[in-house]
Design a protein around this ligand. Structure first.
Ligand SMILES: [Zn+2]
Length: 414
C-alpha cells in the first residue's frame, strides 16, 4: 500500500513536471515567434522562423498527448490489472514457465506499440505532411511497423527466454549472469546493425562523388581515422530531415551520409559535419556512453534482484503472482517513472559532448562551415531557435541553436 502511494506520487510528479515543461516551451516559442532572434537575422528569414515555431509547437502538443496515453497504459497494465489478465490468459495457453513469461512480457510491449500507432501515424501524415517533411506513404509506414515488430520478436524472444532462464537458475547472483548476457546481446546488435539490421529499412549505396570522397579522405587522414567505406542512405524515402553518422565498429566501421544531407550541403559543410562526428569518436563519447549504460544496467539488475523477493513490490503495483517474469516486467514498466528525474543530468552530459565534438570540428575542419551547415539544417528541419531554457536543459541532447553557434564562433578564429 505504501509502495502504491510512492509509485503514484512519483508518477504524478513526473507527469505534471513534463506537462508544465511542455506548456512553458510552447509559451516561450509563441512569445518569440514575431521576429527572428538577432544572431540569426541575416541567416534565417521570418517565414522559416515562424514555420519552425509552429512545427515545434505542434510536436510539443503531440508529446502531451503521448504523455497522457503512456500514463494511461502504465496504470492500466499495473494497478488496473492488465498484467493480471494477460498472465491468466498466457497461463491458460502455455502453462507456467519460460514461454509463458516471455509471452507475457512481449505481449505487454506489443500492446503498447499497437496503441501508440495512431500517434505515429498522425505525427507523420498530419504534422510532418503539413510542414512538407513527410515523404512516407501509408504502405511504407505499415511495412516499417511490421518489420519492427518482427525484428522485435526475433531479437526479443531468445533474449527473454535466456534472461528468464538465468534469473530462475543462477541462484543469488543471477543478476551478474543476466548483466553479462545483456551486455553481450547489446554488443552483438551493435556489431550486426550495419550489415543486417539497417538494410532492412534503407538502401545503402557506395558514395560516388569522387571529389567529395577525396575531401572526406583527406579529413580522415588528418584525423588519423580509418573507415571501411562511405555510403549514401536513402533517408529521403521517409523524410526530408538530413544527417550523417558512423556505424559499426572495428573493421566494419563505415560512414553513412543521408542523401538529403548531400543534397542540401556543400562539400565544405559536409566535411565540417563529418569532422563533428569524428570528434565524438576521438573523444571516445560512444565508448563512454556504452560504459555508462553498462554501469546503470548493472545497478538496475542488482536492484531488481533485491526487489524480486519483496511481496510489496508486486502487490504495490497490482500484481498477485510473484515470479521472475512479473518482476522483470514490473521493473521495466515502473523504473522509468523513478529515473525520470535523472533526465537533466543525462542531457547535460550529452550537450557537453556536443560542445567537445564542435571544438574538434572547429580545429580539424572549419567552425564557419559547421555554422553554415547547422543553420541550413535548423532551417530545413524547422528546429526552433528559441526553445524554453528549462525545457531545453531538461530534454535537449544538443545545445540550443544560439548557444551552440556562439560557442562555435568563439572558436572560429583558432
Ligand atoms: Zn554530435
Amino acid at each position: 500500500m505504501t509502495f502504491t502511494l510512492i509509485f503514484l506520487a512519483t508518477l504524478a510528479i513526473s507527469v505534471l513536471l513534463r506537462y508544465w515543461l511542455a506548456q512553458r516551451h510552447i509559451r516561450h516559442i509563441q512569445a518569440h515567434r514575431a521576429s527572428v532572434p538577432q544572431n540569426f537575422a541575416d541567416r534565417i528569414d521570418l517565414e522559416s522562423h515562424q514555420k519552425a515555431a509552429d512545427y515545434s509547437i505542434a510536436k510539443t502538443r503531440l508529446d502531451n498527448l503521448h504523455l497522457v496515453l503512456e500514463t494511461a497504459l502504465l496504470l492500466a497494465f499495473t494497478l488496473g490489472g492488465g498484467i493480471e489478465v494477460l498472465y491468466g490468459l498466457w497461463h491458460g495457453l502455455l502453462g507456467s514457465g519460460l514461454w509463458q513469461g516471455t509471452a507475457l512480457i512481449l505481449s505487454v510491449f506489443a500492446i503498447s506499440t499497437l496503441v501508440e500507432i495512431p500517434l505515429g501515424f498522425y505525427s507523420a501524415f498530419s504534422i510532418d505532411a503539413r510542414f512538407g517533411f513527410n515523404k512516407m506513404t501509408p504502405a511504407l509506414f505499415f511495412t516499417d511497423l511490421a518489420k519492427q515488430m518482427l525484428l522485435g520478436a526475433a531479437l526479443g524472444i531468445p533474449l527473454l527466454l535466456g534472461v528468464l532462464w538465468l534469473m530462475g537458475r543462477m541462484g543469488e547472483y543471477w543478476w551478474l549472469y543476466v548483466w553479462s548476457a545483456w551486455m553481450g546481446f547489446n554488443l552483438l546488435v551493435l556489431a550486426v546493425y550495419p550489415t543486417f539490421i539497417a538494410p532492412l529499412f534503407n538502401k545503402f549505396t557506395p558514395l560516388e562523388d569522387t571529389t567529395l570522397k577525396e575531401r572526406v579522405g583527406q579529413l580522415l587522414q588528418k584525423c588519423g581515422f580509418r573507415a571501411q567505406g562511405f555510403y549514401v542512405m536513402d533517408g529521403s524515402k521517409r523524410s526530408t530531415h538530413g544527417n550523417a553518422y558512423f556505424s559499426g565498429f572495428g573493421k566494419s566501421r563505415r560512414i553513412v551520409f543521408f542523401d538529403t544531407l548531400l543534397e542540401r550541403l556543400g562539400h565544405d559543410e559536409i566535411v565540417a559535419v563529418l569532422a563533428h562526428e569524428l570528434g565524438h569518436f576521438k573523444h571516445r563519447h560512444i565508448i563512454k556512453r556504452i560504459a555508462l549504460m553498462a554501469a546503470m544496467s548493472l545497478a538496475g539488475l542488482w536492484l531488481l534482484g533485491w526487489l524480486m523477493d519483496k511481496e510489496w513490490f508486486y502487490h504495490g503495483l497490482g500484481v498477485t503472482t510473484p515470479g521472475t517474469a512479473t518482476a522483470l516486467l514490473l521493473f521495466l514498466l515502473a523504473m522509468p517513472v523513478f529515473t525520470f528525474l535523472l533526465h537533466p543530468l543525462m542531457s547535460f552530459y550529452s550537450r557537453r559532448n556536443e560542445f567537445e565534438a564542435d571544438r574538434y570540428a572547429a580545429k580539424n575542419a572549419s567552425a564557419d562551415d559547421l555554422v553554415r551547415a547547422l543553420v541550413k539544417l535548423y532551417n530545413d528541419n524547422a528546429s526552433t531557435l528559441t526553445p524554453d531554457p528549462l525545457h531545453s536543459a531538461f530534454y535537449d541532447s544538443h545545445p540550443p541553436a544560439a548557444i551552440r553557434i556562439a560557442h562555435l564562433q568563439a572558436h572560429a578564429s583558432i
